[in-house]
Design a protein around this ligand. Structure first.
Ligand code: AP5
Ligand code: MG
Ligand code: ZN
Length: 215
């Protein structure tokens, strides 16, 4: 059983590290952002609601997010552990998660707090490209695909995320600092947090993370 949370600002590399962690530890990767984007693509009621907030870089309201994340954690593939990416994002979400885990006899093993400075976040997000079909993530200069605009994994078209425009990126970082940063203190007090330098290369960040998990 390995119950993990990836915490960190937009562009910190949560999704990128999640792909590797999921494989190494065989735990499901649960990204509330991915759940919302899937719903937007399918045109569901949830997707229509979430899009109004996401396009502005604001958080989707707690009463919408909490139910979705906690019901996902009730699915059978989470019995052996989970990797949360982008949830919780407010103190209220964190409190609800703590209560839920206590009720179901589970506990958090580690919260990985990935830190990257603002200029680098903006650079990463403005150059990010995501596969339309499989969701694989690239960066135009940092992690370019072999063929321009085409996914290495499935040949799908690479697109820019709707909320990766410069204006929205700036707001997302501010929203993170205001609404999500307090979680660092929250988990510090619970004694389950590890601080990771996210500015290093992908492999170095991954090895720092696995060392903290196995410490
Ligand atoms: P979400 O999808 O969670 O987005 P985010 O938190 O803003 O984070 P990102 O996905 O942008 O960044 P990441 O850390 O995953 O970075 P990545 O690995 O892709 O949320 C989107 C929206 O949904 C929110 O704004 C909100 O509206 C809503 N939402 C979601 N959850 C919610 C919740 N709980 N409550 C309320 N609302 C919620 O990497 C970024 C780029 O950098 C890539 O190009 C990558 O190739 C590159 N890169 C990664 N690592 C490195 C490295 N080590 N060195 C160099 N480049 C790197
Ligand atoms: Mg992500
Ligand atoms: Zn693909």
């Amino acid at each position: 059983m390995l119950n993990l949370i990836l915490l960190g600002p937009p562009g910190a590399g949560k999704g990128t590290q999640a792909v590797k962690l999921k494989e190494k530890y065989s735990i499901p990767h649960i990204s509330t952002g991915d759940i919302f984007r899937k719903n937007i693509k399918e045109g569901t009621e949830l997707g229509i609601k979430a899009k109004m907030y996401m396009d502005k870089g604001e958080l989707v309201p707690d009463d919408v997010v909490i139910g979705i994340a906690l019901s996902r954690l009730c699915e059978s593939d989470c019995e052996g552990g989970f990797l949360l990416d982008g949830f919780p994002r407010t103190v209220h979400q964190a409190e609800e998660l703590s209560a839920f885990l206590a009720d179901s006899g589970r506990a958090l093993d580690l919260v990985l707090d990935i830190n990257v400075d603002k200029d680098e976040l903006v650079r990463r997000l403005s150059g990010r490209r995501v596969c339309k079909l499989c969701g694989a993530t690239f960066h135009v200069t940092g992690m370019p695909p072999q063929k321009d605009g085409i996914c290495d994994k499935c040949g799908g078209e690479l697109l820019q995320r709707a909320d990766d425009s410069e204006e929205t990126v700036t707001n997302r970082i501010e929203v993170y600092n205001r609404q999500t940063m307090p979680l660092v203190d929250y988990y510090e007090k619970m004694g389950v947090i590890a601080h990771i330098d996210g500015a290093a290369g992908l492999e170095n960040v991954f090895s720092e993370i696995t060392k903290s998990i196995e410490a």
